[in-house]
Design a protein around this ligand. Structure first.
Ligand code: FES
Ligand code: FES
Length: 168
């Protein structure tokens, strides 16, 4: 039986009718059409579904939608736009941190959590942070470079990452 679920996503409240067993990622994609959050596995390993919940990176396939009520959810759609890229989006663009792009939203959301806590991470710290996010295309080197350039941008201009705090 479905019930009413109200979620705060990217600063706006959305109420949907969802089964208690519905995963957050299912509600995001199927009910709210926020398809930037991807599903890449059924074992909670790939990280393609990563969003921020109260500022922390969470695999949204591991959370029931009803569990996310009352928390601030941020998806890739909430951090920038084609006309105003978030520094992480810009970094992935500039450093060719993607090929097919399937992993990219999850990578970016994970990196947002990292940079909010650690504005100047080492390469090893970046690699550790994204170890729960799989990329089948890039070999990771350009992803690390993208996060490094975004970190530098955000250190020089913290206001450019205002969206990084959305939901925090
Ligand atoms: S869809 Fe793969 S970890 Fe969530
Ligand atoms: S760019 Fe294709 S999976 Fe990462």
């Amino acid at each position: 039986m479905k019930r009413s679920v109200t979620l705060n996503i990217n600063g706006s409240e959305h109420t949907v009718q969802a089964e208690p067993r519905a995963l957050l990622v299912q509600v995001l994609r199927d009910d709210l059409d926020l398809t930037g959050t991807h599903v890449g596995c059924d074992t909670s390993q790939c990280g393609a579904c990563t969003v921020l919940i109260d500022g922390r990176a969470v695999k949204s396939c591991t959370v029931l939608a009803v569990q996310a009520e009352g928390q601030q959810i941020t998806t890739i759609e909430g951090i920038g736009s084609a006309d105003a890229l978030h520094p992480l989006q810009q970094g992935f663009w500039e450093k060719h941190g993607l090929q097919c792009g399937f992993c990219t939203p999850g990578m970016i959301m994970t990196a947002m959590d990292l940079l909010a806590a650690n504005p100047d991470p080492s390469e090893a710290e970046i690699r550790h942070a994204i170890e729960g996010n799989y990329c089948r295309c890039t070999g990771y080197q350009n992803i690390v470079a993208a996060i490094q350039v975004a970190a530098a941008t955000l250190r020089a201009n913290p206001g450019a990452g205002r969206w990084a705090r959305a939901g925090a």
